[in-house]
Design a protein around this ligand. Structure first.
Ligand SMILES: CC(C)(COP(=O)(O)OP(=O)(O)OC[C@H]1O[C@@H](n2cnc3c(N)ncnc32)[C@H](O)[C@@H]1OP(=O)(O)O)[C@@H](O)C(=O)NCCC(=O)NCCS
Length: 202
């Protein structure tokens, strides 16, 4: 079966679907709350729509009638795809952050630097691209870190050797470095291996 995954103006065709092992990352946040990172199902659709309607999220790029519903559908579909994945960070029943894993960069993104991948010892086909958004009022509490740990677990389950992500936000450098990953010097990308235990607790 084929389906279309959309992100911003880009769309990527990919084969679905596969059974994935269940996953759950639970972490204590700095504000004393607890966050759980898991794959969204239909049960999370309403909470995803609510997140997508919040201002300044990744879904802004898709703003328009029905954009939040379409984004939520994409997330639920991605969670079932063999080569894509989607994660939600839940505090109680509310989505406070989301992440997606994709085998490809999107049309509006820079290509992944081949030299960077080579220096990290991985092939292009062995890595997936992660994108993360945490609601503004939940940032700097540990949600993004929990989502990154979830990405690593999810990528490993799909057979990827590493997760790469855009390094344009200094918080991403911090998270990736803490997890034992690599920040491209002077460049755009970060990489975290799925092949070794990476979490450095402080
Ligand atoms: C990047 C993002 C996902 C991080 O999520 P988060 O929940 O704030 O991340 P965490 O709280 O787990 O960790 C952030 C860390 O970066 C640090 N940090 C935040 N802003 C920073 C800055 N400008 N410079 C240096 N460190 C910074 C925080 O102090 C924290 O480190 P600490 O835990 O040691 O104190 C979030 O900021 C976001 O959604 N940004 C908008 C979308 C985006 O840029 N996504 C990344 C590209 S895929």
């Amino acid at each position: 079966m084929q389906s279309v995954h959309r992100f911003g103006t880009a769309s990527v065709r990919a084969l679905s679907t596969s059974a994935k092992p269940p996953m759950s990352v639970v972490r204590a946040l700095k504000n004393g709350r607890s966050v759980e990172v898991l794959r969204p199902t239909e049960d999370h659709r309403a909470a995803l729509v609510a997140f997508a309607r919040r201002p300044i999220t990744m879904f802004d790029a898709m703003a328009g009638p029905g954009h939040a519903e379409a984004a939520a559908d994409d997330y639920v579909w991605n969670a079932k795809s063999a080569r894509h994945d989607a994660l939600v960070a839940m505090v109680d029943a509310k989505v406070v952050g989301v992440a997606q894993l994709d085998p490809d960069v999107h049309e509006m993104e820079a290509p992944i630097d081949a030299g960077f991948l080579e220096r990290c010892g991985v092939e292009r086909s062995e890595v997936c691209v992660a994108r993360t958004v945490v609601a503004i009022d939940w940032q700097n509490q540990g949600v993004g870190s929990a989502l990154k740990e979830g990405q690593i677990e999810a990528a490993r389950a799909m057979g990827y050797r590493a997760v790469v992500s855009d390094s344009s936000h200094a918080a991403v450098h911090r998270i990736v470095s803490r997890l034992g990953g690599t920040v491209q010097p002077g460049g755009l990308w970060t990489l975290v291996s799925t092949e070794r235990p990476t979490v450095k607790r402080q």
